[in-house]
Write a protein that binds this ligand. Sequence first.
Ligand code: FAD
Ligand code: SF4
Length: 476
Amino acid sequence: EQLSNDFQFIDVGRQDPRKKEAHLRVQEFGEIYEEYRPRDAASQAHRCLHCGNPYCEWKCPVHNYIPNWLKLVTEGNILEAAELSHRTNSLPEVCGRVCPQDRLCEGDCTLNDGFGAVTIGSIEKYITDTAFAMGWRPDMTGVEWTDKRVAVIGAGPAGLGCADVLVRNGVKPVVYDRYPEIGGLLTFGIPEFKLEKHVMQRRRKVFEEMGVEFRLGVNIGTDVAITELMSEFDAVFMGMGTYKYMEGGFPGEQLDGVYKALDYLIGNVNHNLGFASADFDFVSLEGKRVVVLGGGDTAMDCNRTALRQGAEEVTCVYRRDEANMPGSRREVKNAREEGVEFLFNRQPIAVVGEEGRVEGIKVVRTRMGDPDENGRQRAEVVPDSEEIIECEAVVVAFGFQPHEVDWYSDHRVEIDDRGRVLAPEKGDMEMKRFAYQTSNEKIFAGGDMVRGSDLVVTAVFEGRQAAEGILDYLQV
Ligand code: FAD
Ligand code: SF4
């Protein structure tokens, strides 16, 4: 009876899935949101107005058929919803968990006008998790196999998006990654409280059943030469991410007790998963006063990891104000609930300490100025406003830039002045140029290494689009 009501959005408010209480969730690393019960998922999905021109769909980087799968959930038709959601997205259960929905699909939902957006992300996650639990697997019965094989370098969201589209079109993807598990930053970066690791392990099995081959623990460039891939395969896709750590560039950054964000996070994930790695030390910040520098998703993940390790206090220092933070609003709210203190409009100028140990961080105040080229207001330093925040550990989370790859020039792969690989999103059939093709016709690229550090969903999209380019190039 309730589900036949067209004005459901008035009678039923937005209801996120239940969240564990903050004091309990900081004691463990598990995901903080519970799954919807079927009735709640159906009732929340039924709030959708089915707008003639769905803004959510336009805003979603992979252009999911959102209102259509919401309708299927309303009707209890989960398996069809899963099939439909996989037509546009290779990792819907991941995007449902980690997309910053408030600035993507849900940000453009018509119901934001006072009623509260439809909980699109949580329902997307619910569809795939439920379908998998019911034994659903992508339908590969209509696939006609070709004799083409493509090497994919990187098992992050870009590489996986590419492999998904290739295999569904009968082209064999062989995915190489230097790490022992697939996922890229989804496994070795994003912490469990946003995305539990069994989600990627389950996804690996599903991809393998579909015909994707993974060769893990293989570094292309050292273990296997790129020239080998170029001769063995019909095309190569690169989804190798951006791994050059951005330094603060202030005095004291070399002191003991100053940590690089990603190294810190990966060390912690490896510790939790029991992976041995000589490259990433496990650092425990238990009992320490910790300052995390930065205001994006990485900073938020470091804040919340430190709290879970038992840090005495965690302060997040950001040079702009809250309105100009780049990451997900939801995760800032979660961090605050868990006990992270925020100090906005503070710019670090030095780490202070004696005998090699951190004792504090010196900051100056800032005020917001004119917008920069990305539309975010610049932070202008207020003269004579220095202060010291006492702490025993500093985590620097200023983001990442493309890292250098020494075989680009030998293989005619061009990069721009910021080190990003040039792989234009649009092809030109007449010129025999294909989507996401690099300056080497046999090599395609997508994700962070092409657009700069961005989002999971944009990497998935570019991997999928590049696969379409590869199919055109291979004429299959
Ligand atoms: P990656 O995920 O970096 O994957 C690249 C893969 O290539 C890696 O597995 C790497 O091992 C492999 N590789 C590289 N070179 C080689 C080589 N030579 N040989 C073999 N393998 C190689 N985005 C969101 O949307 N939501 C979030 O909440 C979010 N949180 C984040 C938190 C953190 C801490 C970080 C660092 C990023 C976060 N992001 C988030 C951003 C998101 O994770 C990235 O934009 C996305 O993972 C990029 O995908 P990718 O496939 O391009 O690269
Ligand atoms: Fe929203 Fe991301 Fe899902 Fe698109 S992929 S519908 S933006 S949660």
